[in-house]
Design a binder for this molecule. Structure first.
Ligand SMILES: Nc1ncnc2c1ncn2[C@@H]1O[C@H](COP(=O)(O)OP(=O)(O)OP(=O)(O)O)[C@@H](O)[C@H]1O
Ligand SMILES: [Mg+2]
Length: 104
């Protein structure tokens, strides 16, 4: 009897990772702009979240016009999640351009 071997073959086309961010609810900062180790869907990245909080404040004070925010980091470290957190903190009326750069 002939046996049938089933193998999976990896695609040769570019792989794309789809990340969900539904757990991210803002930047998880307190009134003074400090980040707790866990909060608003975040685990860690306190310094990055606090830095983004400063940017949110500057945008609200209209001090970021004509400037760019560059979020750099290795893949999967939360750049897009940070950008989403900033957008959520600003609300739907803010118009901001964010440039995301992924460094391998
Ligand atoms: N510190 C964190 N706390 C909670 N969730 C996180 C954290 N960092 C990343 N994530 C989640 O991990 C996943 C990957 O993060 P994200 O897509 O933001 O990374 P990225 O730096 O933008 O990656 P890439 O370089 O591939 O664009 C997402 O689902 C994101 O919400
Ligand atoms: Mg990203």
């Amino acid at each position: 009897m002939t046996s049938l071997v089933v193998e999976s073959v990896a695609s040769t086309t570019k792989r794309q990772r789809i990340a969900t961010h539904t757990h991210i609810k803002g930047l998880g900062l307190d009134e003074e702009g400090n980040a707790a180790p866990m909060g608003a869907g975040w685990v860690g990245q306190e310094q990055a979240r606090e830095a983004c909080g400063l940017i949110v404040d500057m945008i609200k004070q209209k001090k970021m016009a004509g400037r760019a925010l560059l979020i750099a980091g290795a893949p999967g470290t939360g750049k897009t999640a940070l950008a989403l957190g900033v957008a959520q903190e600003l609300g739907s009326k803010a118009r901001v351009q964010l440039l995301l750069w992924s460094r391998i």
